[in-house]
Ligand binder design. Sequence first.
Ligand SMILES: Cc1ncc(COP(=O)(O)O)c(C=O)c1O
Length: 445
Amino acid sequence: MNDLSDHAAARPNNLDAFWMPYTANRSFKSTPRLLARAEGMYYYTQDNHEIVDGTAGLWCCNAGHGRREIVEAIQKQAAIMDFAPTFQMGHPIAFQAAAKVAAMTPAGLDKVFFTNSGSEAADTALKIALAYHRARGESQRVRLIGRERGYHGVGFGGMSVGGIGTNRKQFGAMLPYVDHLPHTHSLERAFTRGQPAQGVELADKLLDLIMLHGGETIAAVMVEPVSGSTGVLVPPVGYLQRLRDICDAHGILLIYDEVITGFGRLGTNFGAERLGVTPDLMTMAKGITNAAVPMGAVACHEKIYDAIVNGAPAGIELFHGYTYSGHPLAAAACIATLDLYDREELPARAMSMEPVFEDAAHAMKGLPNVIDVRNIGLVAGIELQPRPGKPTDRAVRVFQRCFDNGVLTRTTGDIIALSPPLIVENKHIDRIFSVLSDAIRAEAA
Ligand SMILES: Cc1ncc(COP(=O)(O)O)c(C=O)c1O
């Protein structure tokens, strides 16, 4: 056994110190689920129990686990140079990584600001939007518009613009000058495959907010092209274009949070491409390094960089950045990851697997308590009828049954979300949905 597998097999004898994020700590620590290693489409527990990864970790390991090219790039870079600052100096691979990201983003979104996470990318994008208007002499544009059920991470900006009550209620007053569009989900459109045909008019709520606040006070509208974390909410046909048109008519920037929808998840490099509407700023993270090293980024339209950077007097143009922006190990992982996506044509592969995945997901219709199935790309949400008086209980139990039977799923509310690595094959899809349907049946009561 080498050092690495020794490490993987080590059992912690004390779970107390780690305050786990977004976790029911007391319940977890009484019945822990520990993953020890991962390879390709699978995780393995410490007892070597194989678990199909139905969620690409946390929507992030798009090329599957333990990819040799990425591992080697990180190892090599750690030996060459572990760290160098990117404040007032640079190192070559951060620039190379930015150029690679820019080559994947839609035309015009060619300036890349690196962060370490999706949350930091969200707050960075909001700050850049505010700085852009100020640089152009429109410093009255201070309002930020998000959407109900939007998730943009946990910084104060993303949390405030995000639209999830449970994420906000413990933390006081939020950012001022924030308002929200309604979410786009309706069970009246249950069991839609892909984008719902109805609902474009929900974008017109932006006109109401413009009427209320004055369009000249709004800096940006931020939405996920497809909301992932709150249960796979696919936008109605025409909705994003309508938002784009209204933003353009009122000088408002459109920001996409592509932390989940980026890097092939919807069958194209970014959701913008799949859904046919390009924003002014785009956040990303997760798949940018296949999650092997934390990294996030904001891709900005040239006009934004021009206004803030080229329009400023000599000196630092944007007083914002992270010690680890463009960290050498993250940059190395990013370059190796994007090369891998390209070489294996993973976005196209996701597109070609979508019909099989879609059919398998929609075959859940008719199982007890399944009230909706929705999907796009390699993402699906299966919504269950909550147990009376016990919201989330049914989904959590389905999740646990799936885990015990070798499939990793994810729950949000009473929705099961699936987002396997883009290397998924038919046999994995069969296994994921057969274990899931057994679990749903077992929780019928
Ligand atoms: C759309 C979206 N934005 C932001 C984030 C936050 O990313 P992180 O957890 O890396 O801060 C997530 C995480 O799931 C996300 O789905």
